[in-house]
Ligand binder design. Structure first.
Ligand code: PMT
Length: 222
């Protein structure tokens, strides 16, 4: 049965966007609302887990007291918070849309408008899932997401391997009703074993339940 089937498990969820500062008033970010990650957090909570959330800036209404809740802004901060928690976790779900690059320097004062072009040098951010994937211990489960716009399945399966995930949840920007901001999603879930399933378009709450059901199918539970 689904009720309390994750009791006794500690679960870490990264969610939302990251913000990479350009100057004191500007940043680079993306369209993640945090809805998918929060649906997963709520689903784990309902099914008995102790839930740790590391969230980028979001504007959803959340009862943070139900969780161990950590607010962060940049990818660097998200990594620091997640890294501290990682060793005690049974399950980690990487639902955040982390910026792959950040401005090489943060201007100390607001950048003034001038008549010339403005160019930014960007440097690579830490890959949170990859780094923690290298530290994964037997008994720990890592679940990744892949947000793709082309060659979806191939890219998702490559990320499953490269980031040492046990399963990966693909959502495609080409699927109607899927992705950022919406209350619905459509996902394709790939297990390490090669098995995969595809969902219909459904609410993110329903998709979250499905993801948890798929986590239960990972060999670690047997
Ligand atoms: O928040 P919503 O508006 O509800 O939208 C949900 C969502 C589309 C953001 C979510 O379902 C989703 O797909 N999240 C992952 C988005 C993403 O950044 O995917 P990616 O293919 O770029 O990254 C692959 C995986 O590596 C992800 O698990 C990501 O969290 C992780 N990653 C990526 C880069 C990085 N520097 N660190 C990471 O941990």
């Amino acid at each position: 049965s689904r009720s309390l089937d994750f009791q006794g498990k500690k679960v870490l969820i990264t969610m939302g966007p990251t913000q990479e500062a350009i100057d004191p008033v500007r940043f680079i970010s993306n369209h993640s609302s945090g809805k998918m990650g929060l649906a997963i957090a709520n689903s784990f909570l309902k099914r008995g887990a102790e839930v740790y959330v590391v969230s980028g800036p979001i504007s959803l209404k959340v009862d943070k007291n139900s969780f161990h809740w950590y607010d962060v802004k940049s990818a660097k901060d998200m990594y620091a918070a997640a890294h501290k928690l990682h060793g005690m976790m049974d399950i980690c779900v990487f639902a955040a849309a982390v910026a792959d690059y950040a401005p090489a320097e943060v201007a100390p004062e607001k950048i003034k408008k001038s008549d010339s072009e403005l160019t930014f040098k960007m440097v690579k951010n830490v890959d949170i899932a990859s780094e923690l994937g290298k530290m994964k211990q037997p008994g720990q489960l890592h679940i990744g997401f892949a947000l793709e716009t082309e060659n979806e399945s191939e890219n998702a399966k490559a990320k499953l391997d490269k980031k040492n995930f046990d399963l990966i949840v693909l959502n495609s920007m080409r699927d109607t009703g899927a992705g950022f901001q919406l209350d619905t999603n459509r996902v394709h879930i790939f297990q390490r074993s090669g098995k995969s399933i595809s969902s219909d378009v459904a609410t993110k709450d329903t998709i979250a339940e499905l993801i948890l059901d798929q986590i239960k199918l990972a060999p670690i539970w047997v």
